[in-house]
Design a protein around this ligand. Structure first.
Ligand code: MET
Length: 342
């Protein structure tokens, strides 16, 4: 029988301080050239070991080889100027320095495929690889060429599909597309966001996931959350269409959020990665807190479709806190596995 409630993370984990300045998004690398390549691989090995030791079932690269979950992918494409960065407002919320699209975009060579092969060599556990989704990509750049978010999203969808097919061939079990922008631009999600995502997964035989959260635990996001009222119903806007889509797994923010759990009913039939670890606090969850979230989710997801996970990436946290949170995720999941099997 397949393992019940396989645990995973949203993807990113803290980087060691010899690789990049810790507890920071877009943290610059501390090395360059061949030394940097080797250091990234060493960090990947470490992050993998930490996940296995903590009992995480579906492991990732901890996003050790990328500076940021969106801009690093964009910077590897042709038609992009990443040296002359522009400051734009992203997610309709905060200013960020991002790359510019200056011409037709294309992928001349694979972006993460070598890293994925390296991860595959290091472990027999199932592996999940995160890529940015088309809509979140267009929301994390300056477009001086296409002048249409939708047009550019379709271009990115084609490029993502090329990358995803090669990741699948490299032995990746689950390819996840990060779409935090789905929680902000509902009309666009329903007009073309989900359609472009489906273009990105076309022809894949491996499992596919979409991660939709309320962002990293940074101040811009925690401030925004304070304005969202007593019930966060953003998921309600996109779930009906997502339920109809070809995506296998939906990854959500749950613990300590004001998302009503019963919204999960709207994606009945999908596998659900339930965020049972808060990435916006340094407090380590107790196993019972994690178990409490999973127990509630089980009212709306079949046990064989529930994947305990984290609300978002842990890259801005300290290594020590992230380690504690990984262990809490495993321990809380163990409680529910026990309840389900006795
Ligand atoms: N895969 C990304 C991460 O884990 C998701 C970020 S969504 C803001 O960091």
């Amino acid at each position: 029988m397949a393992l019940l409630l396989p645990t995973s993370t949203a993807g990113s984990l803290p980087k060691p301080s010899w690789l990049a300045e810790p507890e920071k998004l877009w943290s610059p690398w501390k090395l360059e050239g061949d030394a940097l390549i080797e250091a990234k691989q060493d960090a990947l090995r470490l992050t993998l070991q930490e996940q296995s030791h903590a009992g995480i079932d579906i492991v990732s690269d901890g996003e050790q080889t990328r500076q940021h979950f969106v801009t690093t992918f964009i910077e590897h494409l042709d038609g992009v100027d990443f040296e002359n960065r522009e400051t734009v407002k992203i997610r309709d919320r905060y200013e960020a320095s991002v790359p510019s699209v200056v011409g037709a975009v294309s992928r001349q060579k694979p972006v993460f495929v070598e890293d994925a092969k390296f991860l595959r060599q290091q472990t027999d556990q199932p592996i999940k690889w995160a890529l940015p989704g088309p809509m979140t990509m267009v929301d994390t750049l300056y477009d001086g060429h296409y002048k249409s978010r939708e047009k550019l999203a379709w271009e990115f969808a084609t490029i993502l599909n090329q990358e995803a097919r090669e990741l699948e061939a490299a032995g990746v079990d689950i390819i996840q597309f990060d779409e935090p922008a789905f929680n902000v631009f509902f009309d666009e999600v329903n007009d073309w966001g989900i359609a472009t995502l489906e273009r990105a997964i076309e022809g894949l035989k491996c499992e596919t996931a979409v991660h939709i959260c309320y962002g990293y635990g940074i101040k811009a996001n925690t401030d925004w959350k304070k304005t969202l009222g007593s019930e966060w119903r953003q998921y309600e806007e996109v779930f009906p269409k997502l339920q109809q889509s070809a995506i296998d797994i939906v990854s959500l923010e749950c613990i300590n959020s004001r998302v009503p759990m019963d919204l999960i009913e709207l994606i009945r039939g999908k596998k659900v990665m339930v965020g049972a670890i808060d990435v916006a606090t340094n407090t380590i969850e107790t196993p019972e807190q994690v178990a409490g979230v999973l127990r509630k989710a089980l009212k709306f997801v079949e046990a064989d479709k529930l994947y305990p996970s984290t609300n978002c990436g842990m890259t801005p946290l300290s290594r020590q806190v992230a380690r504690g949170k990984l262990r809490a995720l495993s321990a809380g999941t163990a409680i529910i596995r026990q309840e389900l099997t006795t």
